[in-house]
Design a protein around this ligand. Structure first.
Ligand code: SF4
Length: 377
């Protein structure tokens, strides 16, 4: 079930932990949209005709766009790629709390958006200041209320744990608050120090203490247990949903469905190759608008690449590694090696397996990336 991702590469300010691609030069938004339309035309045959079922508009901060710009992008997409946005199974739009009002959200709904993903991150003012978020705690709460009152019944929020000074009690209170709001989907991530971020500099210059891994591990366990008690399923390590509210678009990434990514830094995948656009707004737009050329790189994927990617993403989901799928798509020797590699991990209590699949245990989820690396070929 192929999908389209559109990257809106602008933000009002830089959050201290963020290493996504974006620019704060919002004055270039209009030329970016013009360039995006040229890219749509160039990429119109990337996915099989009539196959697209999901659209995800992420960033950056898509909610810096005006409703008119959103409609403009959507109508170009429909005209150029021959997709029908209103009849897609899922159309997600990321918003930040400081950008939105009920009127804005109603306009998004009218344009065809079916699902909102709100960058809440924390309900504590000190956390928001620490992370250099552009919104206040009050705006976070208002954003959720506005989403519900403007008619969205499919709302996801992002939360962050492991923030210095965030107590375990406060973290559980944040989760409980989201539950009380009736949020159907929660993505929760541990704060991490990524290269080339403000947080990395702050830690390096000892303005912020190194992050406490023990705090993050305890808060992860509190997250899993608290949400399970309220009926949420942990269908991916960082993603929790009430029954029937899994994110279809993101689940398709993990299941290795095809997707087309549009915009600077966006990635695309068509089963045999992966390509990624240049992560520079000026070069992206300049090349498309002046020369009609998309600056991107392509990598042909080997069988081993596909195996490793499947293991990396699949092991993080509640469906785990599907042995029937692996048997059908990969050579026997890879499977034989896998069966040997999982033995010590099962003995440690990090993995469980049946004749159909291999899944992480709760403890194994703390080491998911390490475990995946041990199952690579
Ligand atoms: S709003 Fe999102 S994309 Fe922009 S800097 Fe903050 S975390 Fe990064």
């Amino acid at each position: 079930m192929p999908g389209i991702y559109i990257h809106i590469p602008f933000c009002k300010q830089r959050c201290n932990y963020c290493n996504f691609h974006f620019s704060t030069q919002l004055q270039h938004t209009a030329s970016f949209i013009d360039a995006l339309k040229v890219e749509m035309a160039l990429q119109r045959h990337y996915l099989p005709p009539g196959s697209v079922k999901t659209l995800y508009v992420g960033g950056g901060t898509p909610s810096i766009l005006t409703p008119g710009q959103v409609r403009d992008i959507f109508s170009s997409l429909e005209a150029t790629l021959e997709v029908d946005i209103r009849n897609m199974e899922e159309v997600t739009f990321e918003v930040n709390p400081d950008d939105i009002s009920e009127a804005y959200l109603r306009e998004l709904k009218d344009a065809g958006v079916k699902r909102l993903s709100i960058g809440i991150q924390s309900f504590k003012e000190a956390d928001l200041r620490f992370m250099h978020r552009a919104h206040t705690m009050e705006q976070s709460q208002y954003a959720i209320e506005a989403a519900v009152s403007s008619g969205f019944d499919n709302v996801s929020i992002d939360l962050i744990y492991g923030i210095p000074g965030l107590s375990h009690e406060e973290w559980v209170a944040h989760i409980e608050k989201a539950v009380r709001f009736g949020i159907t989907h929660i993505s929760a991530y541990a704060l991490t120090v990524e290269p080339r971020t403000l947080l990395e500099q702050q830690v390096r210059h000892q303005k912020v203490p190194p992050l406490d891994e023990e705090q993050a591990a305890v808060q992860f366990e509190l997250l899993v247990r608290t949400l399970a008690a309220h009926g949420y399923e942990q269908y991916e390590i960082s993603n929790f949903a009430l029954p029937g509210h899994y994110a279809i678009h993101n689940t398709n990434y993990w299941k290795k469905e095809w997707y087309l990514g549009l915009g600077p830094s966006a990635h695309s995948f068509n089963g045999s190759s992966r390509q990624w656009n240049i992560a520079n707004n000026a070069l992206y737009s300049g090349s498309l608008l002046q020369r009609g050329k998309l600056q991107h790189e392509t990598e042909q994927l080997t069988e081993a690449d596909n195996w490793n990617e499947y293991v990396m993403t699949g092991i993080r989901t509640m469906w785990g590694l599907d042995l029937q799928y692996m048997n059908a798509h990969f050579r026997e020797s890879f499977l034989e090696q896998l069966m040997k590699d999982i033995v010590p991990l099962q003995e440690k209590g990090w993995l469980e397996s049946t004749s159909e699949r291999i899944v992480l245990t709760l403890e194994g989820k703390l080491y998911a990336d390490r475990i995946a690396g041990m199952l690579f070929v």
